[in-house]
Design a protein around this ligand. Structure first.
Ligand code: CTP
Length: 364
């Protein structure tokens, strides 16, 4: 097949999961997963340079044709602790058993690497055609609630819908969430979902109560269209501009940068004048300012991002020293005074600022 060049006629190797789905949908795949009936570590090292092996899961990553390919031994799993990583019960099981541990039928298709034949044990082809997301069994979301967010991601990414019974299972789970789950996996799915920058995703997330997986208290959809806002004011980290709005984020583990975005947003008080807006937002990440705009005061956020952030005073401590002013808390007072003046009149030159500083110091 033309996904990647692997010469093998053993019938042991099958493209599996997202790569088959994407191939049939005609979209590009992020990664290539191949399942090997039997032991992938023993069988697949010959296909290229071995990048990494994980004997516990029976997986091996090999560079084939310039791309990293993940070969996994067929395996069956059980969710001994619901909501957490499953435990491998058998390595080298049948292809059918391997397929049955997966999330949605569209992700449970296999494609023979040498013949291209599709193996469909769960009705994935029909669901792919009808754009439906269907779980493989009733306990799927209980086993792994991150699948609810994965479902949202695939709905938005491919324009699919939840099949009716699956929708009921989601509703049931969201009425009775077990908060003892792996939030590391939840976070990964939130990132992948909200980095798509989709207002539609956020509306589903809020309207269907999926947000309750993270933050249990009632949350109302903000009036602002966040997708358009981010298109107008691009940010480095998109997903916190959505997820950061939730009131209870204590379950998620943030990087330092992400935590700062959220803490800064939460600590901004009410602002009215240009000077207050400037002082509150200066030096903050655009993400924090957008969050503040969405949750509290959009006029202030837009005023800063459109106009005020481009205004800087050029007066420095050195200039004040040259004026014979000794370093003291007075410096900050003078800088603030100059800033107020500059916000009123951005055309002030460096010389104007020095002149104003002199006058201010003489009077005060
Ligand atoms: N899978 C699952 N339950 C999860 C995560 C993954 O059953 N919580 C299964 C799915 O069959 C999925 C496969 O593992 O297709 C690989 O997972 P992953 O690479 O995360 O997803 P992809 O489907 O490849 O999606 P993406 O295109 O977003 O990478």
């Amino acid at each position: 097949m033309d996904i990647i060049k692997i010469y093998d006629n053993s019938d042991k190797l099958y493209y599996i999961g997202g790569v088959v789905r994407d191939k049939l949908l005609g979209v590009e795949s992020f990664d290539i997963d191949i399942t090997c009936i039997g032991n992938a570590i023993e069988y697949c090292a010959k296909f290229g340079k071995v990048i990494q092996e994980n004997p516990e899961f029976g997986t091996i990553r090999v560079e084939v044709d310039g791309r990293a390919v993940d070969f996994a031994s067929t395996r069956s799993e059980v969710y001994e602790k619901k909501g957490h990583l499953p435990v491998v019960t058998k390595i080298g099981c049948t292809l059918k058993e391997d397929v049955m541990r997966r999330d949605f039928t569209i992700n449970a298709l296999a494609m023979n690497v040498s013949t291209g034949e599709i193996v469909d044990y769960t009705g994935g082809l029909k669901d792919l055609k009808n754009k439906k997301l269907r779980v493989l069994h009733d306990g799927s979301f209980v086993d792994d609630p991150t699948r609810i967010i994965r479902g949202l991601k695939f709905r938005v990414r491919f324009g699919f819908e939840l099949e009716e019974h699956t929708r009921h299972l989601q509703e049931d789970y969201l009425k009775n969430i077990n908060y003892d789950m792996s939030y590391k996996r939840v976070k990964k799915e939130l990132i992948e979902t909200f980095n798509l920058n989709s207002q539609h995703a956020f509306e589903i997330f809020v309207n269907e109560g999926i947000y309750k997986l993270v933050s249990p208290a009632e949350f109302k959809l903000p009036e602002v269209n966040i997708e358009n806002l981010i298109k107008k004011y691009p940010v480095k980290n998109i997903w916190p501009v959505y997820v950061g709005l939730l009131p209870d984020l204590s379950r998620l583990e943030f990087t330092k940068e992400e935590r700062k975005i959220i803490e800064d947003f939460r600590s901004i008080g009410s602002v009215k004048t240009d000077f207050e807006i400037y002082k509150a937002f200066d030096g903050l990440a655009a993400e924090s300012i957008l969050l503040y705009g969405i949750a509290k005061n959009m006029n202030a956020a837009v005023r800063y991002l459109d106009v005020l952030c481009g205004i800087k005073i050029s007066l420095s401590g050195n200039d004040l020293l040259k004026l014979g002013i000794e370093p003291s808390p007075k410096y900050q007072e003078i800088f603030d005074y100059i800033l107020r003046e500059k916000l009123k009149n951005p055309a002030l030159t460096h010389d104007d600022e020095i002149q104003l500083a002199k006058e201010y110091f003489t009077v005060n």
